[in-house]
Design a binder for this molecule. Structure first.
Ligand code: 4NP
Length: 149
């Protein structure tokens, strides 16, 4: 299984989803290939936000070596599942698609994972809330493990 986690900047939310999903996959000997990307490209080449690095580290996951990149059209064919952290990113990923088979791989992260309390991962870049985002993303990754694993 190849999974791409996508948010706007690829420095806050999707790096957490990437690190958590990779850890759950590894812990369950699943050999899934996980990556993350952003729809904006604003932070291309940057490490994750220090607040995401810290909350991941506090929970035993090292995401410090990740590097932000923009999503590409090639990703739409390469990955089996492409998870958008919010509806704006979902719409923007769909705009890149050129076939229904590509569109079918693009999913809104929380509803697909069976999380019912909300359908978007809130953007913590300006408002904070990294502990809540970590918890929400962790539960969603567990949901994906159960659904797809
Ligand atoms: P992310 O958060 O999409 O979770 O990585 C953001 C990061 C940067 C910006 C916005 C959201 N920004 O405006 O630069």
């Amino acid at each position: 299984m190849k999974i791409l986690m996508v948010c706007l900047g690829n420095i806050c939310r999707s790096p957490l989803a990437h690190g958590i999903m990779q850890k759950l996959s590894d812990d369950n000997n699943l050999h899934w290939e996980i990556d993350s990307a952003g729809t904006s490209g604003w932070h291309n080449g940057n490490a994750p936000d220090s607040r995401s690095i810290k909350v991941a580290k506090d929970n035993g996951i090292d995401i410090s070596r990740q590097s932000s990149r923009i999503i590409t059209k090639a990703d739409l064919d390469y990955y089996d599942l492409i998870f958008a952290m919010d509806k704006s990113n979902y719409k923007n990923i769909l705009k890149l698609c050129s076939s229904s088979s590509q569109e079918d791989r693009v999913q809104l992260f929380l509803p697909f994972a069976g999380i019912t309390e909300r359908d978007e991962v809130p953007d913590p870049y300006y408002d904070g809330g990294f502990d809540y985002v970590y918890d929400l993303v962790y539960r969603a990754c567990e949901g994906i493990l159960v659904k797809v694993g």
